[in-house]
Ligand binder design. Structure first.
Ligand SMILES: *Cc1c(COP(=O)(O)O)cnc(C)c1O
Length: 397
């Protein structure tokens, strides 16, 4: 197989050398259980608390505000359920979110709706964002929680979290943000951003899979959903994944150290891709040109199926996605693209390219060379494209 070009970093990333090096001692030498009283256990306990300090420092939190989880999905579930039930005990059953959250958030909210909570899903408009004003206008007397993502995993839009957080703080409403795509990629400061609860995941910033964290601000109650031992101050039972947690802390420190340089590097690669691929006729960039993650490109090409595009690109060694990893495999178009008001037939022809610091300009040029060829080929065998070209149906983009 030819050399692969991996541009699916919003799905998961390769571990960095520093993260791997940070992990290995805890697999064999320092294998103790942090709950054990003997020396081997206590060394593991120290590693755990060091990792907690490092993670906290990277987002301007206090170590006691960091709870380790199995990843972003678990952190989202715990934060939302915890805040929702706490609010309910104070007589508030209304939740505000958006229509284009990750499924870890949306499915949790659906469950809560079936339990009697009421959820307002704010419109994200054709550009893929909501304003703090729109959030404020949706607040009711019984609103207890706002959960809005920091950055969207499919179209890369970065939301005005600081302003939304300010509204929630002023109106005394819990504010949770799914920051899985933001932490380690753009500056995140839980204090300045007025965040009560934040979810993050290691494998999205060159750490290992199966580990993440939940930030929960001092004074915000956090309920327990995994019962058992007293780990994580009784909020999340189970022997801690010391190797994974240590690697996550190192990966996050590395990402934060390199943040400015990587943002500059990746946005240059991103802009090169957008410029090159926008030359394809009847194509469209999804999401905003500004207020966009440095590594995200998401485009629609009319008259083709995204799945076919992915398979043909894969054959050329290009690993991309048509949207979120969770929806690929199903034939429904992405709920995110539909939330932007993109018609079904156009949303089917989507391509997401998500970059990392390991990508190169040469790789971008190869993609810019290959994608138009594949799109042209797929259009040449598409009955829909033939109808579009004959004018039997109108072009939508
Ligand atoms: C990947 C992702 C998640 C899920 O994180 P896991 O660690 O894979 O469970 C949640 N939210 C967003 C925005 C994501 O991109």
């Amino acid at each position: 197989m030819a050399k692969t070009i991996y541009v699916d970093n919003a799905a998961t990333t390769a571990m960095s050398d520093r993260a791997i090096a940070a992990m290995t001692p805890y697999l064999k030498q320092v294998y103790g259980n942090p709950s054990s009283l003997h020396t081997v256990g206590q060394i593991a306990k120290e590693a755990l608390e060091t990792a907690r300090e490092k993670v906290a420092r990277c987002i301007n939190a206090k170590p006691a505000e960091i709870y380790f989880t199995s990843g972003g999905s678990e952190a989202d579930n715990q934060a939302i359920r915890s805040a929702a039930y706490t609010a309910l005990s104070r007589g508030k059953k209304h939740i505000i979110s958006t229509a284009f959250e990750h499924h870890a958030v949306l499915h949790t909210l659906k469950k809560l709706e079936s339990e009697g909570f009421e959820v307002t899903y704010l419109d994200v408009h054709s550009y893929g964002s909501v304003s703090a004003k729109e959030v404020e206008e949706a607040i009711r007397d019984d609103t207890g929680l706002v959960t809005i993502m920091y950055a969207n995993n499919e179209i890369g839009s970065v939301l005005p979290i600081r302003e939304i957080g300010e509204v929630c703080r002023r109106r005394k409403i819990f504010f949770h943000t799914d920051a899985v795509q933001a932490v380690g990629h753009i500056p995140v400061d839980v204090v300045k951003d007025n965040i009560d609860m934040l979810s993050a995941s290691a494998h999205k910033f060159h750490g290992p899979k199966g580990v993440g964290f939940l930030y929960c601000r001092t004074g915000v109650p956090l309920k327990t959903f995994i019962e058992g031992g007293a780990q994580e101050k009784g909020r999340r039972a189970g022997t801690e994944n010391i190797a994974g947690i240590s690697a996550m802390a190192e990966a996050l420190c590395e990402a934060v150290e390199k943040l400015d340089a990587n943002m500059r590097k990746m946005s240059a690669l991103r802009d090169r891709l957008i410029e090159g691929l926008s030359r394809i006729p009847h194509s469209k960039l999804n999401g905003m040109r500004e207020e966009r993650l440095p590594g995200n490109v998401n485009m629609c090409f009319e008259g083709i199926e995204g799945e076919s595009l992915l398979l043909l690109l894969d054959a050329k060694g290009i690993c991309a996605s048509s949207g979120s990893a969770c929806t690929s495999g199903s034939l429904d178009p992405s709920h995110v693209l539909l939330a932007l008001g993109i018609p079904h037939e156009v949303a089917h022809g989507s391509l997401r390219l998500s970059l990392s610091e390991y990508n190169t300009p040469e790789e971008m040029d190869f993609i810019i060379e290959q994608v138009p060829k594949v799109v042209e080929y797929l259009r040449s065998i598409s009955p829909v494209w033939e109808e579009l070209e004959k004018g039997e149906r109108p072009h939508l983009i």
